[in-house]
Design a binder for this molecule. Structure first.
Ligand SMILES: Nc1nc(=O)c2c([nH]1)NC[C@@H]1CN(c3ccc(C(=O)N[C@@H](CCC(=O)O)C(=O)O)cc3)C=[N+]21
Length: 307
């Protein structure tokens, strides 16, 4: 990125997710060009089966991102109360299409849909979320094909701001399949942005305060607004806030976005911190583009220099 500048009045570095994401998009755009030279236009399909306004917002943001970097996007909308078969068949069709290299089914899907089946049905080589069991297994085995977008984006942020993970005490708060588990897996692995001593905390953790008090790096991914505050952090800790919670507010949209971390107090204690919005969210979207060009390279046998 251009600079790892900033820091507010008390010297806390504010980790600029928009800036790092813009750099990732530039990188992706260069790979798109390489693919185009070989006659390949990368394509991403997004599938939405939900009436949730937040889901609709995210999906339309993803389409705009694609346009910006030259990825073709295909969008399929399925009625939230349509039979589950409609979704399964859509996935089969997209698996077959040669112009579609990546498939993302926006989660959550309705209750009458078998989520595990959806994740298994996406062709592993098109699974740009990295949620198919084959890709989960490869990640855990240290042979990742598609790293899940959010944890991968967090790694990129830590790298961009030269946060030392080697031997550091990292605490991941949250154990979801899409963030907590893969994040912890990446942090313990050998290699760059790994080698951390990683603790995973969750709702049954007995002494969360005790774990946080010694953490050099805190990854908050619980989905509870302002769950962690500055008094719980070690002075100088790096705080990565994965939470993007909509809370009622007296704004034009009728809501505000807040993280899982109480920003003002955490900023006082932290050495570096991600804001919400403008932190992890833009990185999640950027890494989806990254995985899509990777998928296109794999499916068309074009060598791209990607990790
Ligand atoms: N199969 C699947 N893959 C996903 O990656 C996936 C998903 N399902 N379901 C929902 C969550 C949520 N998610 C977000 C990504 C970016 C922002 C983002 O860019 N947020 C902006 C603000 C957006 C706003 O203004 O509302 C920011 O934090 O700055 C938010 C949320 C991806 N998800």
């Amino acid at each position: 990125m251009t600079e790892t500048s900033d820091g507010d009045a008390d010297g806390t570095r504010i980790i600029d997710g928009e800036a790092v994401a813009a750099d990732v998009r530039d990188d992706v755009a260069a790979h798109v060009e390489t693919l185009e030279e070989e006659g390949v236009t990368p394509g991403l399909a997004t599938v939405l089966m939900s009436d949730d306004p937040a889901s609709e917002t995210y999906v339309s943001m993803k389409q705009r991102d694609c346009e910006e970097v030259g990825i073709e996007s295909v969008h399929v909308e399925i009625d939230a109360d349509a039979p589950a078969e409609e979704l399964y068949e859509t996935i089969d069709d997209l698996n077959e299409r040669e112009d579609v290299h990546g498939i993302l089914v926006q989660l959550p899907v309705p209750d009458h849909v078998d989520k595990r089946r959806v994740l298994r049905q996406i062709a592993p080589v098109k699974d740009v979320d990295g949620f198919h069991p084959e890709n989960v297994g490869r990640l855990v085995a240290g042979d990742a094909r598609f790293k899940p977008c959010t944890p991968h984006g967090v790694q990129k942020l830590l790298a961009a701001y030269d946060v030392e993970t080697e031997g550091a005490d990292a605490v991941v708060v949250g154990r979801s399949d899409i963030v907590g588990k893969p994040m912890a897996n990446l942090l313990i692995q050998k290699g760059p942005i790994g080698n951390a001593t990683t603790t995973v905390c969750h709702s049954r953790t007995r002494d969360l305060e005790g774990k946080l008090a010694t953490a050099d790096i805190v990854i908050a991914a619980v989905g509870v607004p302002e769950f962690i505050d500055g008094s719980m952090l070690k002075e100088g800790a790096t705080v990565i806030d994965v939470g993007i919670n909509r809370v009622d507010a007296d704004t034009e949209k009728g809501y505000a976005l807040v993280g899982d971390v109480e920003y003002e107090s955490a900023k006082e204690a932290a050495g570096a911190i991600t804001p919400v919005p403008g932190g992890v969210g833009p990185m999640t979207r950027a890494m989806l583009l990254y995985n899509t060009v990777k998928a296109a390279g794999l499916q068309s046998d074009v060598a791209l220099d990607l990790d």
